[in-house]
Design a protein around this ligand. Sequence first.
Ligand SMILES: NC(=O)c1ccc[n+]([C@@H]2O[C@H](COP(=O)([O-])OP(=O)(O)OC[C@H]3O[C@@H](n4cnc5c(N)ncnc54)[C@H](O)[C@@H]3O)[C@@H](O)[C@H]2O)c1
Length: 381
Amino acid sequence: MHHPVNIGIIGGGLMGREMASAFARWCALLDVPAQPVLTAVADLNPRALDWFERVPSAKLLTHDHQELLASPDVDVVYVAVPHQLHEELYLDVLTAGKDLLAEKPFGIDLKAARSIAAAAAESGRFVRCSSEFPFYPGAQRAYQVAQSGTLGRILEVVSAFHHSSDLDPTKPANWKRQSKTCGEIGVLGDLGMHVCHLPLRLGWKPQSVYAQLQRGYPERPNPLDGGMLVCDTWDNALLHTWVHLDTQPDEVPMRLEMKRLAPGETDTWFLEILGTEGGVRFSTKEPKTLWLFERDSGTGEQFWKKTDLGFQTPFKTVTGGIFEPGFPDVIQQMWAAYLSERAGKLADHFGCATPGEAVASQEIFAAALESQKNRVVAMVG
Ligand SMILES: NC(=O)c1ccc[n+]([C@@H]2O[C@H](COP(=O)([O-])OP(=O)(O)OC[C@H]3O[C@@H](n4cnc5c(N)ncnc54)[C@H](O)[C@@H]3O)[C@@H](O)[C@H]2O)c1
């Protein structure tokens, strides 16, 4: 029997709507102890609120997030607003005594992330940060393979997220293209948590970073007046890091890539881990496929094996095992993990990104900014 959990959403834009649709088809999930019920939405934009009229359970639609937080019909709050508002709104949620699924990057900068994490710990509320890509079956398997110790000496790691969202110079500016709303970290804050989550969960926090950050178009059309708006955020980031692994004496090079200007890509998340005895590769370009490297120690032959995992999601669903998982599925899987862990029933499932992991990702981004500014290798944390 699923236990109902009342959810409020602050910020009913791209991600607020995505979450509402994940709740609406919760019947797909077979073994999750909780049933999310969207009861309230707060957004400053009346047109954003209008969309939620189609969700019958969302009885409170308001422009005032404090009205949502005062509602006794809200247990958990998901907040998806521009980055300069994260700290204030997340702290408001905690002060109201509600649990929180925060959005990345968990504050506009490292200082904000640390302040949110401290408030979360002090409040005793259940707080996690949104990061859904590790819930792909292929990403889960890559994580298990990396943990298994069968890869031999790890030689290198690449964790990456490539968009081409900014290739079109006529695309209008929005809050993600300006430092005052997206943060000085730019694309690091936009895509970085996705790239850092699995390495951090494996205990692979970089010790040092050399960053190559690139800007995109310096101005874009202003959607409000037809003029041009200055766009000052970093669009592409290559972070060359060194990671110390407990299992081997020497450091390992790990490259973290985040790009808004990646020709040929729409939304490609990938992870590759190569060792002397084995390797693993997963990309959302082939969403049901896993690549495994093996070396035959007898003959010396090397193989890349390819297998289609299908719909082997961490939380079982009604969807047939042969089918392909996609973005809406992993969003729903992430919520299943959040609500299961909140209920103390995560068992051996993979849990959502923790406040500690969000802060660790911001420590990497802060070091990357320092590296870029001074053209040096910067220490992390
Ligand atoms: N997990 C993911 O895959 C993913 C993808 C995209 C964005 N995000 C994150 O989600 C968050 C939101 O991004 P988005 O793409 O949904 O943005 P968006 O611009 O589409 O939506 C933001 C919404 O917040 C509303 N808003 C602004 N100030 C508000 C306030 N004070 N009170 C209530 N509502 C307010 C806006 O009116 C807008 O509707 C960001 O933190 C972003 O990094 C996560």
